[in-house]
Design a protein around this ligand. Structure first.
Ligand code: C2O
Ligand code: CU
Length: 530
């Protein structure tokens, strides 16, 4: 099996994946295998953790739904140079403004805002485009981008449809109503066929929605609330990003890309000086394909208080947490008993970052309440429709490589999922592959009903689900509102959603970006009721 297949099998990164593959950034260039940097040769914990700054509005515009005056931001996608580690030369990346991750949005529920997303990128891509991929043919401009606000309830024309990409020199005006609960959302590129490269290049950032329910909890805030945006990357010794390309011309695409080094807010192995008190950590897995299995080196437990779409009903005490690409976890970690300690955040064998706890005692007036936000479970009886949707991995026409599909359908095929506005549906995700896929629906938030093992071969033979075990409820940490769900292999994962908000065309897809670009993404329509 090829190296790409090996990378494909490595999910939680128990072994460090050899991404020492060649990279050809220009058509016709000979593939050369350049060794990548071994990140363990870098001294860890020499750079302080950067915290993205808050983006500032620069004008006022009308909310198209209420007419109210709301802030308008302008954010440009640009090529930047950034130092990811003290001992590395600056890395070329793409960011928003002058940073990757881009600046954070801070906004309140119910207060809409406009963003003028400007594409000021160069016209050449610095990562290897695979023209075999749908929507990324050589007839398309090399550099194109479109921004999606992940987790937002947004009109379709502002949702960043994958085909709504625009070229350098162009700007799009998107409106975000923010009529939804407090949560950590995130913005990122969504351009068809090159999304994995654009995000790998750095086109992502955080977007916080706040509300009165959250305020009333007195959770740690200000400098005691810290976003941790995790992105795995591989680098060449000269500090430049390495993205794998397939070396076998008959297997032209790379089904997954794993970096061997983990950026936190754009730095490798950063440290954060903390006081011996509670901190609120807003963790986002912004990686292309890596699942994190997060633990603290001192085995201390922490509390999860929220997930993708906001606060849980009650805090959940944990010692470890699995976070798939696209998912967020809202954590409270109490360093009160760790004065003078040095605690490393890890993901299995990977070192992520270090917390350095001050030895002086600290004030802490923040709270970790016993209950957070009342959570009403959607009853299954509310669903007017159940859709059986398979997750497929097929051998493609090249005979060697795989193709990932949803319900065996390609991107260009007619829409098959068309829920009625304000109706509730159950989507049963029948995973026929050997992998976990983080499935994300635009527009809606949902709840996980359960996961249940089924007979794969019987399903393939008869298109019928025959269960082979009991249904498993979601873990407490994923029992709140979600927008991305881990659909495990050999399981039917059922989610329930009310399709609220707007009618129009949205997408649902796997958030492993290589899968998404390789057609594990489908359009869906929310249609008006009769
Ligand atoms: Cu995080 Cu369709 O996106
Ligand atoms: Cu997938």
């Amino acid at each position: 099996m090829s190296i790409t297949r090996r990378a494909f099998l490595d999910r939680c990164g128990r072994m460090s994946v050899a991404l020492a593959l060649g990279q050809s950034s220009h058509p016709g260039e000979t593939l050369s295998v350049r060794p990548t940097l071994d990140p363990n040769t870098l001294k860890p914990f020499v750079d302080p953790l950067p915290v993205p700054e808050a983006v500032r509005p620069d004008s006022i515009r009308a909310d198209p739904e209420t007419g109210a005056k709301v802030p308008c931001y302008r954010l440009a996608m640009r090529e930047i140079e950034t130092q990811v580690h003290r001992d590395l030369k600056p890395t070329r990346m793409w960011g928003f403004g002058s940073a990757s991750p881009g600046p954070s949005f801070e906004t309140r529920s119910g207060e809409g805002l406009w963003v003028d997303w400007a594409n000021e990128l160069p016209r050449r891509h610095f990562l290897p485009i695979d023209h075999n991929i749908h929507g990324a043919g050589a007839d398309k401009p090399e550099v194109r981008a479109v921004v999606h606000l992940h987790g937002a309830r947004t009109r379709p024309e502002s949702d960043g449809y994958p085909e709504a990409w625009f070229e350098p020199g162009d700007t799009r005006q998107y409106f975000y109503p923010n009529r939804q609960d407090a949560a950590m959302l995130w913005y990122h590129d969504h351009a068809l066929g090159i999304n994995r490269l654009n995000i790998y290049a750095g086109l992502l950032g955080a977007f916080f929605v706040r509300d009165a329910v959250e305020d009333a909890l007195h959770l740690p805030k200000g400098k005691y609330e810290v976003p941790l945006i995790l992105c795995d990357r591989s680098f060449y010794p000269d500090g430049q990003l390495s993205y794998p390309v397939a070396t076998d011309p008959k297997a032209p695409w790379v089904p997954e890309a794993f970096g061997n080094a983990i950026l936190v807010n754009g730095k490798l192995f950063p440290y954060l000086k903390v006081e011996p008190r509670k901190y609120r950590l807003r963790v986002l897995n912004g990686s292309n394909g890596r699942f994190y299995h997060l633990t603290l080196s001192n085995q201390q437990s922490f509390h999860q208080i929220g997930s993708d779409q906001g606060l849980l009903g009650a805090p959940v005490a944990l010692k470890s947490l699995v976070l798939a690409p696209g998912e967020r976890a809202d954590l409270v970690v109490d360093f009160a008993d760790q004065r003078g300690g040095k605690i490393v955040l890890k993901s299995d064998a990977f070192t992520i970052m270090q917390f350095r706890v001050a030895s002086e005692s600290a004030q802490d007036s923040s709270a970790l309440p016993d209950t957070l936000r009342p959570l009403v479970r959607i009853p299954e009886s509310a669903a007017v429709k159940t859709r059986l949707l398979s997750l497929n991995e097929n051998i493609d026409f090249y005979g060697k490589s795989q193709i990932m599909l949803l319900n065996d359908a390609h991107w260009q095929m007619p829409v098959t999922e068309n829920p009625v506005l304000n109706s509730t549906e159950i989507w049963s995700l029948v995973n026929l592959t050997d992998d976990s896929h983080p499935i994300h629906l635009h527009l809606v938030r949902f709840q996980i009903l359960d996961r249940r093992p089924f007979h794969r071969f019987l399903y393939q033979a008869r298109q019928q689900v025959v269960y082979r075990g009991a249904a498993q409820p979601p873990s407490p940490g994923e029992s709140g509102w979600k927008d991305t769900v881990q659909a495990h292999p050999g399981m039917v994962t059922r989610i329930i959603a009310r399709f609220e908000g707007y009618t129009g065309r949205y997408v649902w897809h796997c958030h492993v970006l290589e899968h998404e670009d390789n057609e594990m993404m489908r359009p869906y329509d929310v249609i008006a009721g009769s």
